[in-house]
Design a protein. Structure first.
Length: 451
């Protein structure tokens, strides 16, 4: 079970609504008639360390029925029309090279008229298409939307501090000119990085009068890198990845209760008593592999995504819906409806059942007056696993208050509940089995609280 993050859209949304009368490929309909759109907000290409041309990455998602996508390459936005890559025998180690295998597949799929090459002696070079070129080729109104995105990729004294910003076609000042990983050292803290980065994104969006989304990536990667206190101290960050691949390192045996779900609940428990906005959770692939041998494995396509309920497939509508919390994260469980009714303070969840699958719906909350104590566990370095200090929170935080076997359930907030969220599990195995990743197909609603 995992976490949620949600970003402030402190931007003028005075953009005319885009009304699409006919959807050529309509998404699943929500109970009240609004459609659900399937989206991916974290994936990579040859513009950084993904192992595919951007067209191959976009095509992989479009062919699998996604409605919107943002390629979020590390510290780069693909706007340089003169960016050439050498074609090599193999993709090699990190960062990857353009392999002959992917190049040949690229030519076969998109044709010699589209692919641009040049030679230098025995070497062949291929030009990477820009975001604008790829968008023009793949986007279809009502069917598929490509939004710009970048992953801010930093390490601070060896701690990974990654964030995605969506729908801003630029490189922010904080990473302008940086390598694929910007390595920082010094006395500053994680929050000292997050706050100015979030402020730069907010300013860029305001200058363009554009809706945007800013999220914290994979807090448990590499190994407990981002802790709950970081987001308690940075309430302007409204979204985080509750599910993103997990980690190759096992949980610390003295911190088994500190899961991505506990991280999420710890942030929201303290935010609620401090009168701050709740954190929303996003599911992401963080895809790097698109070749047939790896596309369906760890680091490939289709692990986790978001389902967003909006009036139409347009950036301002999708991002406004996410700002409202009208979306859920999933690794395979689909919902017909999820709704919190203010009048009776009740969260209702209805699964879109898959034939032969069984479901269990859990409701989680933290109550007023919870024990705020935190125990810190020292985890020394071992091999490639870095040293970390792991926080362990009390059992008061993130209480399981109700479980229902079946495809439909509801929970009414009690007087001392600070919020409620639901975690829905299928009995079908999930796609990946890494640490800090659910073993079965799972969906997470956003947390809800009374006004």
């Amino acid at each position: 079970m995992n976490t949620e993050v949600r970003v402030n859209l402190n931007v003028a949304l005075g953009i005319a609504l885009i009304l699409i009368a006919v959807l050529a490929s309509p998404p699943v309909q929500a109970a009240e008639g609004l459609p659900w759109f399937r989206g991916q907000l974290h994936a990579h290409s040859y513009w950084s360390d993904g192992r595919a041309f951007p067209e191959q990455a976009v095509d992989a998602y479009k062919q699998r029925g996604y409605h919107f996508l943002s390629l979020t390459d590390h510290n780069r936005f693909p706007e340089d029309a003169g960016y050439w890559c050498k074609v090599s025998d193999e993709d090699g180690s990190w960062p990857p090279k353009v392999s002959h295998e992917m190049f040949n597949a690229y030519v076969q799929s998109f044709g010699e008229e589209w692919v641009e090459t040049r030679t230098d002696g025995p070497d062949t070079y291929v030009r990477l298409k820009t975001y604008a070129e790829v968008k023009a080729r793949f986007e279809e109104p009502g069917k598929f939307l490509l939004m710009p995105g970048v992953e801010i990729t930093q390490t601070l004294n060896g701690v990974a501090v990654h964030q995605n910003y969506i729908n801003l076609p630029l490189v922010l000042p904080c990473i302008t000119g940086a390598e694929l990983v910007q390595k920082l050292e010094g006395e500053q803290t994680v929050v000292d990085l997050l706050r100015p980065n979030a402020a730069e994104a907010r300013q860029a969006a305001a200058e363009r009068q554009a809706p945007y989304l800013f999220m914290l990536d994979h807090p448990f990667w590499v190994y407990y890198d981002i802790v709950a206190q970081n987001l308690i101290d940075c309430p302007e960050i409204r979204f985080f990845e509750v599910c993103n691949g997990g980690s190759e390192y096992a949980p610390h045996p003295q911190a088994l209760s500190y899961t991505p779900g506990k991280f999420w609940d710890a942030v929201n428990a303290f935010r609620r008593i401090q009168g701050q906005d709740l954190l929303y959770g996003i599911g992401s692939d963080d895809a790097h592999f698109y070749d047939p041998q790896r596309i369906d494995n760890d680091g490939g396509v289709g692990d986790a995504w978001v389902m967003v309920r909006a009036e139409a497939l347009a950036p301002e509508l999708l991002l406004a819906a996410m700002q409202r919390g009208d979306f859920y994260a999933t690794t395979g469980v689909l919902l017909e409806d999820v709704a919190f009714t203010e009048a009776d303070k009740t969260l209702r969840v209805k699964v879109k059942p898959e034939e032969g699958a069984a479901y269990r719906i859990h409701f989680i909350t933290t109550k007023q007056g919870f024990d705020p104590a935190v125990t810190e566990i020292a985890s020394p370095a071992e091999g490639d696993r870095p040293a970390r200090t792991v926080p362990v929170y009390s059992e008061d935080i993130g209480r399981l208050v109700k479980t229902v076997d079946g495809a439909e359930a509801e929970y009414t907030l009690e007087a001392d509940d600070l919020y409620v969220r639901a975690c829905i599990e299928s009995d079908r195995l999930g796609k990946f089995t890494r640490h800090f990743h659910p073993e079965v197909q799972t969906a997470w609603t956003q947390p809800y609280a009374p006004e």
